[in-house]
Write a protein that binds this ligand. Sequence first.
Ligand SMILES: [Cu+2]
Length: 315
Amino acid sequence: MPFLTRPLSIADRVDAVFLYIFVLSAAFLVFITALMVYFTIKYSRKRNPKPVDIEGNPVLEATWTLVPLLLFLSMFYFGWTDFAYMRNPPRDAMVIEVTARQWAWNFKYPNGKRSDELYVALDRPVKVELHSQDVLHGFAIAAFRVKEDVVPGRNNFLWFTPTLLGTFDIQCTVMCGVDHSKMLSKLHVLSEADFKDWYFRDEDAPPPAKAQVAAPVVPGDTAALAVLQAKNCLACHSVDGSEKVGASFRGLFGRKQNVVAGGKPTEVVVDEAYLSESIRDPRTHQVEGYPPAMPAPSLTDDELRQVIAYVKALQ
Ligand SMILES: [Cu+2]
């Protein structure tokens, strides 16, 4: 019984409440079903050919009302106290900011370090602050029994104490768009020493390019690609000609495009001005056949120039 040697964790509490409710419900299921079968037989017409009136029995009625009431209220009591516990993070918890967006997680630590997967130290409580850049997401770590909605424009949080070493799944539990099912990450629980190693390691080098951009790269233009990756454009636009939520950047330049601009359908030729406008303010042109799903990105003029040059070269 590992939980006898340390304070109950959130996972212990959630499991205990779940077990309690389950056992109580199962007991009532068996009890009520058995009673029903027993009465059906005992008071069948065969055995009681002559119906009789049964007068009320106040003691019996009070018992079958009060006993279940107290038992079921106890479910509420344990659920409520554990819920209160889960909404009160310890003061010494390490605060990690989580940013959710379509369709990735990003984690920011107190020292400014960032990562795509969550790293924590064994037995050190963490408070996870949840922010969304776009739509509703759900942050869940099933292994530690925590799950909260990530609501745009609202600051939500959860906390837990990682009591097991190892790697666990992080999932998005709210249907948040076409690639919702790929919105996955990992929780790495490290020993205190390993965590310090990781936490204080300098990583000036940009993170390794992900598989999704390993495909055709315009020679020499890693800077533009880095921008596209950092600004999450590649979640919706491919560079290899495959369709995602938005059109592929490959072969886009110079193409004739049916768009709705200012409420009127028009045909435009994709040139630098068009690219610049549709990136700066995605609402100016609505491309036919695509959902109005593009968020307004924050690009510097330099980054915008790089991206346009990149798209132009990507034939
Ligand atoms: Cu999501």
